[in-house]
Write a protein that binds this ligand. Structure first.
Ligand SMILES: [Zn+2]
Ligand SMILES: [Zn+2]
Length: 250
C-alpha cells in the first residue's frame, strides 16, 4: 500500500481506496494504460496530450494568441470590457483530456480526477502565487441549491489543493452566490456578462478589508462568472483580485 502523506485528509484516503477498488490501476481517460490514484487515474500518454497555456496571451484575460507577439498586449475582448480582476490565468487549454476529466469531475462525480486537475493548476500557478503578495484564496461559490445537488463545489476542491501547495489560506465562506443563474452556454458574450452581474455577495466585509484575493475556478471562458465575483470582492474592499483556473476555454 502506498504511504499516505500527512497532509492528506480522511476524505482523500477514502477516495483513493474506493477508486482503487472500482478502477484498479487503469487510466480513466483511455482505459488502456496503467495509472493510479496518485496520478488521478490519468496515464502518461493522456497527460502528454494536455496543452499548457504559453505566451503570447492577453495580459488581462489570458486568452492565448496564435503568432508572434513579444510586447504586452490586451485582446479585442478586453479592450471593450473593463474587467475587475487584475489578471486571469489558466493552466491549460480546455480540450481533449482536460475537457473530459473536468466534465466528468463536475457532472458525473468522477472525483478521482482531483489529483490530476489540482496538479495541473498548481504546476502552472505556484511560481506566481507568493504568500507575501496574496492574502487569501477564494473559490467561486456555487448557489447553495446547486451545491446540495452536486454534493461538492469543484472550485473549492481546486482551491484547497492550491492553498495546500502555496501556503495561502483559503476562505470558502467569504463569498456567496445568491442568484441561481441559468445555464449560460447558449447566451452570447455580452448577455453572459450582464446575466452574472449581482449574482455574488460578500458575507463578511470586515474580513476582506484590503485583502489581495486569488479567485479560483475550474474553467475561464468569457470571464462573466469570475468578473462578477471580482466586482463583488472589490466593492467590498478587496485591494486586488487575480483569477486562476485549471482550464481556458477558447
Ligand atoms: Zn490514458
Ligand atoms: Zn483579453
Amino acid at each position: 500500500m502506498a504511504v499516505m502523506t500527512r497532509s492528506k485528509t480522511n476524505w482523500q484516503d477514502w477516495l483513493e481506496a474506493a477508486a482503487a477498488l472500482v478502477y484498479p490501476g487503469i487510466c480513466q481517460i483511455c482505459r488502456d494504460q496503467k495509472s493510479d490514484a496518485r496520478e488521478g487515474f490519468v496515464c502518461g500518454n493522456c497527460r502528454s496530450q494536455v496543452q499548457t497555456v504559453r505566451p503570447p496571451f492577453c495580459s488581462r484575460c489570458g486568452l492565448p494568441h496564435d503568432g508572434d507577439i513579444t510586447s504586452n498586449y490586451e485582446c479585442g475582448n478586453c479592450l471593450n470590457q473593463a474587467f475587475d480582476f487584475r489578471y486571469a490565468r489558466a493552466a491549460v487549454i480546455n480540450k481533449s483530456v482536460v475537457q473530459e476529466a473536468l466534465r466528468r469531475f463536475k457532472y458525473s462525480g468522477a472525483v478521482w480526477f482531483e489529483p490530476f486537475l489540482v496538479e495541473l493548476l498548481v504546476n502552472e500557478s505556484i511560481s506566481m502565487l507568493n504568500p507575501k503578495d496574496w492574502d487569501v484564496i477564494v473559490p467561486v461559490p456555487l448557489h447553495p441549491v446547486k451545491q446540495r445537488t452536486r454534493g461538492f463545489n469543484q472550485a473549492e476542491i481546486l482551491g484547497r489543493g492550491l492553498s495546500q501547495a502555496s501556503g495561502i489560506k483559503i476562505n470558502t465562506t467569504l463569498l456567496a452566490r445568491h442568484l441561481p443563474t441559468p445555464t449560460q452556454t447558449t447566451l452570447a458574450r455580452a448577455a453572459r456578462l450582464q446575466n452574472m452581474q449581482g449574482a455574488f455577495r460578500v458575507k463578511n466585509v470586515k474580513r476582506l478589508d484590503k485583502q489581495r484575493v486569488v479567485l479560483v475556478d475550474d474553467i475561464f471562458t468569457t470571464g462573466a462568472t469570475t468578473n462578477a465575483c471580482a466586482k463583488a470582492l472589490k466593492a467590498a474592499g478587496s485591494a486586488e483580485v487575480c483569477v486562476w483556473t485549471v482550464a481556458r476555454g477558447l
